[in-house]
Design a protein around this ligand. Structure first.
Ligand code: UDP
Length: 472
């Protein structure tokens, strides 16, 4: 009898920035080994948004059942509704952490009962309980860390002896105050993940996220002899940080890009913007997007619009529909003031970044956006706000030097003049800008090599799959 096929259960928290890399990993697992099976699971509400029509799900499944989508329950009817109410967010997280493990446990059992036993559980950041569910059933698990290795190392050290030092530095109120963590370059306290500074305060909106990260690192410590951590980055980008990750078995397997068109929890605008890009000269367009979560105050939108128009370069700007405070009022009037640009509610960002016309990405530096930009060879202007975005911006500006960072004013607004200055620093005629562009092209080559057959990320993922095969 042939041995069971390696079967990965990929679990993810229901945010676009988590679903996208998880889905890409799922497809990548299928691509690196023809015998692999994957079950992809996120919450019921996110599953509904990914597949509003059953047919779409079946089309995606395509490959003879090698990839199946089965949701788990977060204990709510419609998922988390968003908003600024801390109590509502805390209640959601409590429900997610209580119902999630029960539902995922039942899913693992059901898969085994129907002859599709899970050989590895792979889970993204916010589900530390997934490792316990797996362990309880004798199934090994791996964390899929969807941020850079350097950020993993910061979290690791914070939860291993440095929480007090960070808190003390943070309390001084000077964001430029330097923190030293083992094996890492000195970091300004203001560049640390905000979940480790602002969110340690129980009154902070994201305190539940801080607690979840704490649980996650406790969970990793319970894995013997070492936890397996897949990371959506490549070792060439993060040589120094890889030496600072503690005892864990860290495997960079990225940056993983989508294979072809990608499903998303956001409705895409019709792809006219791609035709518009086709009409623009190579490397001429400024692409501006702040990801799937951040919303913009009207003042920020106006400054962006002004800076982009004054810069006289063509631009593609994403203003999401759920940016409620501004879109409704901005839409009508901005239409008339768009001389050089196009505004969309959502685009296929990877396709946009791969288009030859795009010359620069003004980004909030969410890790997916940064990784996609690096993999596409597009220089960046970073405007980080929360979570690990400042760390990512720092890596772009100081380590890979493929971009610059926009300085916001005291109210956190990126002014038009600063935007223009930064765009010139990466798109302008000067030698420094040309050097930024050269490095961006170079890192694109390195990332592609890492992902190609025989490359470092490819080999790491193959080794992970082989590990699952041999212990089946
Ligand atoms: N994205 C997209 N179209 C858009 C804006 C964003 O496809 O118009 C995608 C982007 O490619 C990335 C994800 O949404 O994969 C955003 O993730 P990121 O980590 O950059 O930021 P987050 O949304 O989590 O803050």
């Amino acid at each position: 009898m042939s041995p069971p096929r390696p079967h990965f259960l990929v679990l993810t928290y229901p945010l676009q920035g988590h679903i996208a890399p998880a889905l890409r990993l799922a497809r990548r697992l299928l691509a690196v080994a023809p015998d692999v099976l994957v079950t992809f699971s996120t919450t019921e509400a996110a599953h509904q948004r990914l597949f509003p029509a059953k047919q779409e799900e079946e089309d995606l499944n395509g490959g003879g059942g090698r990839l199946e989508f089965i949701p788990f329950s977060d204990g709510t009817e419609g998922g988390y509704g968003g908003g600024s109410d801390v109590g509502a967010f805390n209640a959601y997280m409590a429900s997610f952490h209580a119902a999630g493990p029960r539902s995922v446990g039942a899913l693992v059992d059901a898969l085994a009962a129907r002859g599709r036993p899970v050989s590895r559980v792979v889970y993204t950041l916010m589900l530390p309980w997934a490792a316990d569910v797996a362990r309880g059933r004798g199934v090994p698990s791996a964390l899929y860390w969807i941020q850079p290795v350097a950020v993993f190392a910061v979290y690791h050290h914070y939860f291993h002896g440095y929480a007090g030092a960070v808190a003390e530095h943070y309390r001084r109120g000077d964001p430029s105050f330097v923190v030293e963590l083992p094996g890492l370059a000195p970091l300004a306290v203001g560049d640390l993940p905000t979940f480790l500074t602002e969110s340690t305060d129980p009154a902070n909106y994201f305190h539940a996220v801080f607690l979840t990260f704490r649980d996650l690192f406790d969970t990793l410590d319970r894995e013997a002899p070492a936890a397996t951590v897949l990371i959506n980055s490549c070792q060439e980008l993060e040589v120094g940080a890889l030496a600072a990750v503690g005892p864990h078995d860290v495997l960079p397997i990225g940056p993983v890009l989508p294979a072809g068109d990608e499903t998303s929890i956001f409705k895409q605008d019709d792809a006219k913007y791609m035709e518009w890009l086709d009409t623009k000269p190579a490397s001429s367009v400024v692409y501006v997007s702040f990801g799937s979560l951040a919303t913009m105050a009207r003042e920020q939108l106006d400054e962006l619009h002004l800076g982009l128009e004054e810069g006289r370069r063509p631009y593609l700007l994403v203003v999401r529909k759920d940016n409620k405070a501004t879109l409704a009022e901005a839409e009508a009037e901005m239409g008339e003031r768009l001389e050089n640009g196009v505004v969309v509610e959502w685009c296929d960002q990877v396709r946009v970044l791969s288009h030859a016309a795009v010359g620069c990405f003004v980004t909030h530096c969410g890790w997916n956006s940064v990784a996609e930009s690096v993999a596409s060879g597009v220089p960046m202007v970073g405007v980080p706000k929360v979570s690990e975005q400042s760390m990512n911006a720092r890596l772009v500006e100081r380590e890979w030097r493929t971009g610059v960072r926009g300085r916001v004013d005291d109210g956190g607004v990126l002014r038009a003049a600063e935007l223009r200055r930064c765009v010139e620093e990466v798109m302008g005629d000067g030698a420094a800008a040309a050097e930024v562009r050269r490095r961006a092209r170079e890192w694109k080559r390195v990332a592609a090599e890492a992902m190609g057959n025989g490359g470092s990320s490819y080999c790491n993922l193959v080794a992970f799959v082989d590990g699952a095969r041999s212990s089946n």
